[in-house]
Design a protein around this ligand. Structure first.
Ligand code: FA5
Length: 349
């Protein structure tokens, strides 16, 4: 077979193969096989040396013609394939508007937020407004002004996360508030000489072991009332009303003498165990009672630090948590479930 015949054979074969290249990948392979650097047509140019001087121009011309034809055929086929592929993609992407929609999960408020809102609502009805104080607090507001100086052993009641300060701040050391009580001082200093009736919700932080009952971040809702004739009876009446509205009517409440440096006298408030109705169970440690808040009459030193003359003014304060009351109300046995991000828990409320 002459070199010319061989060339024509390759030409015919390439055209036929092109017709069967039905995908971009097959087309690329075809191009490499015939027109690529080591393709069959390209390699034919090397045969030119085997021809006589007279035959060479004719052979060269024919190779060029074939190359051009194949390039054109390749371009046409490539365009046709792309159009077909686009058409197929468009067909498969077609939106079938008759299909039923996928349900959208809109989410809902977290149990902590729901509980906070219930608490705002209850105290709002009793005339308390919401006051927000900072999470990052000065040591002096969290402790000293609340009658807990540096040397005071009561500081051990609140294990503290201190803020790492590169340079000492002029107003003293910073910390993450260990309770919402420093807000008492902020609101008093801002509002003097007006009477006060506020709740101060917020997150508290304690360098504590995490257990089923204790988190190192949790919420409290501080309550503060300051006026001219406020007594312990007002405090107990307010808390009784809270228990009735939050847990439902018919609950018993009791107060026990306690100690907080910023209240005098101080009390611990208990209610009958919501799970066993006071009969005694594991949750109430078989006492029939559950602690719901620390409270007391605002200490004269604290009133004075807030700008209020204790001979003229008096006040009460209380500080329940939020998660623990919610645990009691909804029968939740482990506080860690609140912030574990398990949807099976969150979706129940
Ligand atoms: C206080 O923090 C006082 N500031 C409360 C107070 C305010 C007393 C005003 C008098 C007047 P205590 O450390 O007991 O007190 O915390 C109060 C409530 O916060 C507890 O009853 C509990 O509900 C909640 N609490 C405390 N520590 C944790 C914790 N680690 N995890 C979850 N809740 C907690």
């Amino acid at each position: 077979m002459s070199i010319f015949d061989e060339l024509e054979g390759i030409h015919a074969e390439a055209l036929q193969a092109l017709e069967t290249a039905a995908s971009s990948a097959a087309l690329d392979a075809w191009y490499t096989q015939y027109l690529g650097r080591k393709g069959a047509v390209t390699l034919q140019t090397r045969s030119i040396g085997k021809l006589s001087q007279e035959e060479r121009p004719e052979f060269g011309k024919r190779i060029n013609e074939i190359k051009q034809q194949l390039e054109a055929a390749y371009a046409a086929q490539s365009q046709a394939l792309k159009a077909a592929e686009l058409e197929a993609a468009l067909m498969s992407d077609t939106i079938d508007i008759t299909l039923p929609g996928r349900p959208v999960n809109p989410g809902h408020l977290h149990l902590t937020t729901q509980t906070l809102r219930q608490i705002y609502d209850i105290f709002g009805r009793m005339g308390f407004e919401v006051y927000e104080a900072p999470d990052v607090e000065l040591e002096t507001y969290n402790f000293d002004l609340l009658n807990i100086p540096d040397y005071h052993p009561a500081r051990d009641m609140w294990d503290t996360f201190w803020i790492d300060q590169k340079q000492p701040a002029p107003d003293g050391r910073l910390l993450l508030r260990t309770h919402t009580s420093p807000g008492q001082m902020r609101v008093m200093r801002e509002r003097y000489p007006e009477p006060i009736r506020v709740i101060l919700p917020g997150k508290c932080y304690r360098y504590e072991q995490i257990t089923a009952r204790s988190e190192h971040q949790f919420y409290q809702v501080e309550g503060l009332a300051v006026g001219k004739h406020i007594t312990m009876t007002d405090l107990i009446g307010t808390l009784t009303q809270f228990v009735n509205l939050f847990y439902g009517p018919g609950h018993k409440m009791r107060v026990r003498s306690s100690y907080f440096p910023f209240t005098e006298p101080s009390i611990e408030v208990d209610m009958d165990c919501i799970l066993c109705g006071g009969a005694g169970c594991r949750v109430c440690k078989y006492t029939g009672w559950l602690e719901i808040a620390g409270a007391g009459m605002v200490h004269p030193v604290v009133l004075k630090n807030g700008g209020y003359d204790p001979d003229e003014w008096s006040g009460f304060a209380f500080g329940p948590g939020v998660e623990r009351p919610a645990m009691m109300k909804y029968g939740i046995s482990d506080i860690r479930l609140f912030y574990g991000n398990d949807l099976r828990f969150a979706q129940q409320f």
